[in-house]
Ligand binder design. Sequence first.
Ligand code: G16
Length: 544
Amino acid sequence: MAQFEEVSQKSAVHPKPVGLVLQYGTAGFRTNSKQLDHVMFRMGLLATLRSKKTKATIGVMVTASHNPEEDNGVKLVDPMGEMVTPAWEGYATQLANAEQEELLTALKDIIERETISMAQEASVFVGKDTRPSSDSLSQAVLDGVHALGGHSKDYGLVTTPQLHYMVCCQNTQGRYGEATVKGYYRKLSQAFIQLTKNVPNRTDDQKALLVDGANGIGALKVCEMETYLKNELQLSLFNDGSSGKLNHLCGADYVKVQQRAPKGVEMTAGERCCSYDGDADRIVYYYSGSAGRFHLLDGDKIATLISTYLKELLTQAGLDLQIAVVQTAYANGSSTQYLEDTMKVIVRCTKTGVKHLHHAAQEFDIGVYFEANGHGTVLFSKAAEEKIQKLAQDSNTNDERRRAALLLQNTVNLINQTVGDAISDMLLIEAVLAIRGMTVQQWDAIYTDLPNRQLKVKVADRRVIDTTDAERRTVSPAGLQEAIDSRVKKYRQARSFVRPSGTEDVVRVYAEADTQESADALAHEVSLAVYRLAGGVGEEPKPR
Ligand code: G16
């Protein structure tokens, strides 16, 4: 077939290094950008097959998100803006790792197994972040799409959630919105303005927000959006990419893991600040307390703020909709306790990775999902959206119920339900704080985090660690879980777990306890256990 000849010829321009094997990680392939040219070409092929199979537009985002600038990666976006299914992650691995001469066989195998009609048209949307390697790598994706005769639309520089949004808009024939960056700005800013209209006389201080753009794509895009917000939000942007390096000493991951302010942000006591990550799908908030103490409001605090707000509106609207919060093992113990015991909402725990949380959140009328690292959104079932809309349009209902329904309706419009979105989440948080008349300190005071620490351990092969119970316990290597249990017992209110990262070549260690000293000591002891029992390399972990 002519198409396969084309694939053969073009793939020679994007050859695979012999013997290189890459794993599909937490959010797709991710490694040093020099190893990725063939992967990108092949993901262009795969996205085209997926498009033929689903008869819908598929997205490919070239980004390594929070990783250092020299890395890159790829995220595949399914028709409604979700991540691709596990079966297709398997195909992605098969295709990425097939040696050059086996590529056509691997491709034909997927076509056969999925009974794909090659006569079917295909459409693929492509986006990229600001990394120097993203230009050529996104071209490799496009080459792959064209080699199989697919149509492409190159959105160029966009945030990951913007690309997810475009794919969903396209596949819902515009019902979700217009599949353009301007359409995205218009929809979100209109909803934001409608929401904040309910709060007259907001002061400049209330409208002010400091943003750390991680020197990445989020900085560019939030600048573009500013005029649409009509001064309802006054942003001071730092780490805008004009001089600093992507994610270096800044960005959401740095702030969350290091529990300190990013470089370059000039904050004064009490000012609201937030940080995006490298592809703007995560956000964390923070402020400096009176004694200069750093206060972090992470994904758990965001989930609590949003679910409290939604629950209150549902009560005011008299709508009987079930609300749940989905977290991972990284969720601070205090947040889970607050959500379950005080707020009385259902809480679910899944493995790390947005795909797992998203899936779990879909089971409820309203599913609020956030990873502690700031990656998350809210999903509304179709039935829930319909009930909200019906009430908002019902002129016979009383004012309080109608007002709550209208607020809910605009809240739905403000949220990017396809995936976690730093810009959309930021606007939602700002609107909620304004509507509830809360300062960042009052938000922070909803509950007190247990002191915690996250560390990384280098091992020869992180796959020796296998986990169970939503990654809260290890089943291998032998003796590791017992070692963790015995160390946890020494401390009060303590908890610890370890898991292999799916985006970096490290094992992650998490510990929490009643004091920071105890959390630090426990994290260190568990790191040593990992180093000794799971084949640590380099120097033994040292105490902080
Ligand atoms: C990705 C995933 C997140 C995950 C993070 C870290 O985020 O989308 O769900 O929490 O990686 O994963 P791991 O601990 O396996 O390295 P991002 O923002 O880097 O794409």
